[in-house]
Every structure is written in structure tokens, then in C-alpha cells.
Design a protein around this ligand. Structure first.
Ligand code: NG6
Ligand code: CA
Length: 516
């Protein structure tokens, strides 16, 4: 080899070395960036899943997922109703700080577009992000009428998602159409869509029966108190809608539609890290499972909808496997709030969520008190599973964990820096999520129409409005270690403990942040 050849050989070696090195670095950073899929149920209670105690609803797919997951027994959504709960899941900020209540059908986008969100954390780490399913966080600009016939925005795409395929509000609210990114799917411009709380009168649009005037239009099943405005597909809904006939969803194939969309998304993103927030409408009212699930539980529509949700979960797991993504995907399974009985729809559900008045042997909230809307454990303690093959050892964890902390914990996992004022109620609880810490949070706020705080074995429930009569503290105090069903309010026995808990809650509220 002459000198020139020698130099070329050395240069080639260096180039190869650098290229190989870079390749390796890319590989390691990709391995450090697992896909993340959140499979989210609507109103699925702690006791609605087989592994958590359900006997009358078969959930083989979720049970299989649970056997491969870390299964939390004290895992919480952030509030006992949907909009505040999802707001916090996606922002890491308590709903009460932004006055988030259950949103109306035509509510504007509730998440400020200039704050950090869970999908934005993923975007910062180079992920592609998508939401498929229920949204219920509002769409459109505050103070402006949303143009359902044009571009519906701002929405998910303004808060960090690259793609969205939505059920805009809830399945018991208008509009009963799907929204893909900014557009209503299959909308006929000659049949303009109206969405609102007042009766529509545009003569160009299809009108739907008003259930308060023509209850006989509600042929699917009868419904009452506020659910009987626009009757669509034989089911009364909250709010008024006109037009959009060609775009109407079919309630019985909604699960199939979301699964189909998720399948498409996973397949087309299998070569790049992605975050998919798969948000099922099951098992929220009106429960209208596909006929193939009818009678598959012993509990009527509610149980059958849960069987359908179990099927959806199984389909997602299958899609991941078929695309070779099982190993490098974190799957989180949970729910947005605790269980509820018929919620205004006469759907024959005979299951009550309170442990006191159950009459068929199914406990939607498992051994816990209350359910959806309520401050007791049944309101926010929900099924919570995390699977990450090879990284998270399957088993059970009693650590206290909250969906609130996913923002900060994923930021930690993905080396994304959190500003001091970003996601300020979200704490890094990664070790508990990975099964490396058996205790989890030292304390945690629970949110319903009132607030509560958990710390160790104690739970203090603040009254809806703090009444400090003659210096005496009101509210409730429970010792969850001895009394998981919150039957005995022991505030009179432990006034100092209650005062300490109330003080901590007050401080966290007035500080405007939970993360220190
Ligand atoms: C309530 C509805 C209920 C449900 C809930 C929202 C009535 C009487 N009840 O106001 O049916 O839609 O809002 O549920 O209108 S959630 O899971 O999205 O929070
Ligand atoms: Ca819900």
C-alpha cells in the first residue's frame, strides 16, 4: 500500500467508524423512545375488569394485558368526571385551577394552546402523536361560534396532536358526527350542521325530533332528564343539532370505527416513535354495543359495552403484535372516572355503583365507596395497568399513582426539560410507574364537586364550601387502611390529623401548584 492508498484507507475507516457509531447512537436513542399507547375507557370502574374483581363481565383481553403489566391497586384518574380528568391527564394541571366542569356540546377548546401538554412532551422527544376517540375538551375559539361546516379549530392539533379522529364531546351529546382533524367526516354542504343549546331553525338542514315533544322517537331506549333533546338513531342526546345527516355516526359500529382508525395509524407509524391516545366511548351512556356483543355479559347494555371495550383493547394489542411493536411499546390502560349506573338512560342496567345498594352481585367500583361524580374512592380509583415488556416486571403494585403525573414522568423518561411553571401539578413518579418504588406519591389531591386529599392511610374530604363554624373544622376523615369503603368518618376522633390534612390541601390549592 502506498502512502496515498494508506491515507484513503484511514479516511474510509474513520468514515465507517463514525457512520457505525452514529447508527448505534440512533438505535439506542430509538430504543430509549418506546411508542406509548394509552387505552382509555370512559366511566370504567375499578370493579368492571375481571382482574380487579368483575365476575359477571368477561374481559379476557384486558386480563391478559394485566398479567403482562404492572397492575396498580391505588391508581387514580385526576377527577371524578370526564372533562376535568382528561384536562389534567393532558396538561398536568388540576381542572379546578382552570374552572373546568363537564363541557357542553358547543364548548370552546378548554386547553390553552400556549401551555405544555402530554402530546407536546412527546413531540419534543421527536414523536408523532395522535388522538383517536372521545375528546370532550371543547373545540373552537372562546367567544366565537364554532364553524362546524368549515374548519373546526382550535382543537387537538393546536395542543400537540399531529392527527385526530374524534367523537367531539360525548356519545350522549350532539354533534353525533366524527371529526377528522379540522373537518366533519362525510359532511354534505347542502345539509349544514348546526350544534347548540337553542332549537335550530335553519330550513336548509335536516331536523331531528325533539324528544321532549316526541318521546316515541326514542326507539332505542327511553331517556330522560336532559338527554332527550335531539333524537338521533332513536336515542335522545344532550343539546340540539340539525343537518349533517350524511355524516351521522352509527352508535353500534363506533368501537369498530375507532379500532379501524387506530389500526391504520399504528400500521402507518410503525417505523417511527408514536404516542397514541386511544380514547374509547365505552362504557359511557348511551350504551349501544354492536349486536355481536349483546348478551355477552350478565349485565345488559352496560356489561356488554364493557365486553366491547375488552374487544377493542384486544384489537390494539393484536395490532401492536402484528406490526412487531409489542416489545418497544408502553401500553397504559385506564379510565377517566369511576362507574355510573344508567345515568339517565333507561338501558336496563341493574348494576348500582354504590356498595350499599348493589342488587346483582356486580360492584362497578369494586370494594370502594361511590363512583362517577363523587369524591369517594370509587370516583377516581380506577383500573390502571402499565405494560412495557422487558422493562417493567409484571405484578401488582399498591403504590399511590395518578394520571396527573404522566406528563412529568414521561418528560423524565424522555429527557424533556420541564419549565418550573409547566404542568405544575405533575410530579415525576416514574419509579412507581416502572415498579421500582412501592410507595409512590406521598400525598395526592382528589377532585370531584369538592376536593379531598390523600396522605398515607388518611383521606380528608373537604366540604363543598369550607365552613369554619367557631373554629371547628368540617369535612370528613377516613382511615383507608382500616376502612377502605369510607364508612366511618373519624374526624371527631382525630381533629388534629384532619386539620393537618386540610392545611396541606389549602396550601396546595393556594400555591397554585403541587410540584415543588
Ligand atoms: C352529565 C350527563 C351524563 C354524562 C355526564 C358527562 C345529564 C343529566 N347527565 O351532565 O349523562 O354525559 O354529564 O359524563 O345530562 S363524562 O364522563 O363525560 O364526564
Ligand atoms: Ca367519563
Amino acid at each position: 500500500m502506498n502512502r496515498r492508498e494508506f491515507i484513503i484507507a484511514v479516511v474510509l475507516c474513520v468514515v465507517c467508524f463514525v457512520l457505525l457509531g452514529c447508527g448505534q447512537e440512533l438505535q439506542t436513542s430509538d430504543a430509549k423512545r418506546p411508542n406509548v399507547v394509552i387505552i382509555y375507557g370512559d366511566d370504567v370502574g375499578f370493579g368492571d375488569v375481571g382482574v380487579y374483581g368483575a365476575k359477571m363481565i368477561p374481559t379476557p383481553n384486558i386480563d391478559r394485558l394485566a398479567n403482562e403489566s404492572l397492575m396498580f391497586t391505588d391508581g387514580h384518574c385526576t377527577a371524578a368526571t370526564c372533562s376535568p380528568s382528561r384536562f389534567s391527564l393532558l396538561t398536568g394541571v388540576h381542572g379546578f385551577r382552570h374552572n373546568i366542569r363537564i363541557l357542553s356540546p358547543d364548548a370552546p377548546l378548554s386547553i390553552p394552546t400556549d401551555i405544555l401538554t402530554l402530546p407536546k412532551v412527546f413531540k419534543k422527544a421527536g414523536y408523532d402523536t395522535a388522538v383517536i376517540g372521545k375528546w370532550h375538551l371543547g373545540l373552537g375559539e372562546k367567544g366565537k361560534k364554532t364553524d362546524w361546516n368549515g374548519e373546526v379549530k382550535p382543537g387537538p392539533l393546536e395542543v400537540g396532536f399531529d392527527y385526530s379522529f374524534l367523537l367531539p364531546a360525548t356519545n350522549d351529546r350532539v354533534p353525533c358526527v366524527y371529526l377528522e382533524n379540522y373537518r366533519v367526516v362525510n359532511l354534505d354542504p347542502d345539509d349544514p350542521l348546526y350544534v347548540g343549546t337553542k332549537k335550530p331553525d335553519d330550513p336548509r338542514s335536516t331536523l331531528y325530533p325533539d324528544g321532549t315533544e316526541t318521546p316515541e322517537a326514542m326507539t332505542y331506549y327511553m331517556n330522560t332528564h336532559g338527554h332527550n333533546r335531539s333524537v338521533i338513531n332513536g336515542i335522545g342526546r344532550i343539546g340540539y343539532m340539525a343537518g349533517g345527516k350524511a355524516a351521522l355516526w352509527d352508535d353500534e359500529t363506533m368501537a369498530d370505527e375507532f379500532v379501524k382508525q387506530a389500526k391504520k395509524y399504528i400500521k402507518s407509524h410503525k417505523d417511527k416513535p408514536f404516542f397514541l391516545y386511544f380514547s374509547s366511548q365505552d362504557i359511557h351512556v348511551p350504551r349501544a354495543p354492536h349486536p355481536r356483543f349483546k348478551g355477552k355479559s350478565e349485565l345488559g347494555f352496560r356489561g356488554d359495552a364493557m365486553v366491547q371495550f375488552d374487544w377493542s383493547t384486544g384489537q390494539i394489542m393484536k395490532m401492536l403484535a402484528e406490526n412487531g411493536l409489542t416489545e418497544n411499546t408502553i401500553v397504559i390502560f385506564s379510565s377517566d372516572n369511576g362507574p355510573v349506573y344508567d345515568d339517565g338512560y333507561d338501558d336496563g342496567t341493574t348494576v348500582k355503583t354504590s356498595t350499599a345498594d348493589n342488587d346483582r352481585g356486580h360492584y362497578g367500583a369494586g370494594p370502594y365507596r361511590g363512583g362517577k361524580y363523587q369524591i369517594y374512592e370509587g370516583g377516581t380509583r380506577v383500573p390502571f395497568l402499565i405494560r412495557w415488556p422487558g422493562k417493567i416486571k409484571p405484578g401488582k403494585s399498591d403504590a399511590l399513582v395518578s394520571q396527573m403525573d404522566l406528563v412529568a414522568s414521561f418528560a423524565k423518561l424522555l429527557d424533556v426539560e420541564l419549565g418550573q411553571d409547566e404542568a405544575r401539578d405533575s410530579r415525576d413518579n416514574l419509579k412507581a410507574f416502572l415498579g421500582e418504588d412501592q410507595d409512590g406519591l406521598e400525598y395526592m389531591i382528589e377532585e370531584a364537586r369538592q376536593l379531598a386529599i390523600r396522605k398515607g392511610k388518611w383521606k380528608y374530604v373537604a366540604p363543598k364550601k369550607q365552613k369554619k363554624a367557631k373554629g371547628k373544622l368540617s369535612g370528613e376523615l377516613y382511615n383507608l387502611k382500616d376502612d377502605i369503603a369510607e364508612k366511618d368518618n373519624v374526624i371527631a376522633m382525630y381533629p388534629e390529623r384532619a386539620a393537618e390534612m386540610a392545611g396541606l390541601l389549602d396550601k396546595l390549592v393556594s400555591d397554585g401548584r403541587v410540584r415543588q
